[in-house]
Design a protein around this ligand. Structure first.
Ligand code: UDP
Ligand code: MN
Length: 396
């Protein structure tokens, strides 16, 4: 094990890669504290370069290449589950912005190899105007082998994740839309349980159980059974599932009712995605869209489940550079959720972030109108029915 990287070395390195001055201090401190107890050769410039540009160990990702096998993390009881013979077809939508080339390809390869061909309508890749060179011609070349199965859409300007997903959906023709991040690896029999739940009820939206791919070692490991939750700052967190829900013999294979989804990995019946109003197209770059969609699903007549027999690995990136445009977009996105969906409970949010009360969030009348038109229930109803723990935590 090597000692902590000499601070001058890191500083010089970061200077070399021209991280903006305003971000330098932040990145430097984050990287340093993170690397303090890691057993890697972090004096290697390629390693550091990878971490700064991609938010994970891109150097190792390159050496893994575009395909590998991951451990089957499902509960044994999942092996004996039977799914309908007439499942709907799926379009897999993967948006990416400056993704590491091999991580992106592993996402595509794992889907191609582990999805029954008759269920895979297509994979739609949406390049959100990436600037990295290897995602241009070289990517076209690599995808040649999947001609007919993989569509690549290139945005003419950076739209941000939210609009990029809507663009992906508009190119899809499968009965179900499945959204994945561009640094995932799907597991065995990952799609069937998702499609089966939607086939039973088209207003059911489902997410796989997200396994963890370590950002440093890229090791794939199982996650415990969890549901998605959030606090009064609207910060997402995982929440343990009550043991009584697991008590039956089938327990660990049963869908888990989930107040919220973690991010952008989920499956939804395509007509239902449109009926429900897609996404808020005035949200920019990244953030809060997962919460907005979760509230809309529950409050407007749908339901949201985690399906534990469906496993998808995801690299949790270390976002080292939170730039100012991103921060501004996040604040604006969260405020749009607060003002459209939280009713009188928005005061709970502002109690914790009083500074945000006077901030602008654009015009929300279209989304307010949508809520009316869909006949959605109140936030009070959502708390009482779906997420009583949130109400209980009001005074903490
Ligand atoms: N993404 C995008 N445009 C953007 C920002 C992100 O297409 O402006 C993509 C990104 O490449 C990834 C997905 O959206 O595939 C989700 O982003 P990320 O993984 O950063 O989110 P997280 O997993 O941290 O929630
Ligand atoms: Mn991600």
């Amino acid at each position: 094990k090597q000692g902590l990287l000499h601070s001058d070395q890191i500083f010089l390195y970061l200077h070399k890669v021209r991280v903006e001055l305003s971000q330098l201090a932040f990145t430097y401190v984050t990287l340093l504290s993170f690397l303090a107890d890691q057993e890697v050769n972090y004096s290697d410039p390629e390693f550091l370069d990878g971490f700064v540009n991609y938010g994970f160990n891109a150097m190792l990702s390159r050496s893994l290449g575009p395909e590998r096998e991951v451990p089957d993390t499902r509960d044994k009881r999942c092996h004996y589950k039977h799914y309908s013979h007439r499942l709907p077809t799926a379009s897999i939508i993967i948006c990416f912005y400056n993704e590491e080339f091999n991580a992106l390809l592993r996402t595509v390869f794992s889907v191609v190899y582990l999805t029954p061909p008759h269920l895979l309508e297509e994979i739609v890749l949406v390049d959100d105007m990436s600037t990295f060179d290897d995602l241009k011609e070289k990517l076209n070349y690599f995808l040649e082998r999947f001609r007919g199965k993989v569509k690549l859409v290139r945005n003419k300007k950076r739209e941000g994740l939210i609009r990029a997903k809507m663009i992906g959906a508009s190119h899809a023709s499968g009965e179900v839309l499945v959204f994945l991040d561009s640094h995932c690896e799907v597991n065995r029999v990952w799609l069937e349980p998702l499609l089966d739940a939607i086939a039973r009820d088209s207003r059911t939206v489902v997410t796989p159980l997200i396994d963890v791919i370590d950002d440093l070692s890229l090791a794939y490991s199982p996650s415990p059974l969890v549901r998605g939750a959030f606090d009064w700052n609207l910060q997402f967190r995982w929440d343990n599932v009550f043991s009584y829900e697991m008590d039956s013999p089938e327990g660990p294979t049963n869908p888990i009712r989930s107040p919220a989804m973690a991010g952008g990995i989920f499956a939804i019946h395509r007509p239902y995605f449109y009926e429900l109003g897609q996404y808020d197209k005035d949200m920019d770059i990244w953030g809060a869209e997962n919460l907005e969609l979760s509230l809309r699903i529950w409050m407007c007549g749908g339901q949201l489940f985690v399906i534990p027999c469906s496993r998808v690995g995801h690299i949790t990136k270390r976002h080292l550079q939170t730039d100012i445009p991103l921060r501004n977009a996040m604040v604006r996105n969260y405020l749009r959720v607060v003002h459209v969906w939280l009713d009188e409970y928005k005061e709970q949010f502002f109690l914790r972030s009083p500074g945000l009360k006077s901030m602008t969030y654009g015009n929300i009348s279209e989304r307010v109108q949508l809520r009316k038109q869909l006949g959605c229930k109140s936030f009070q109803w959502y708390m009482e029915t779906v997420f009583p723990e949130l109400e209980a935590s009001m005074n903490s």
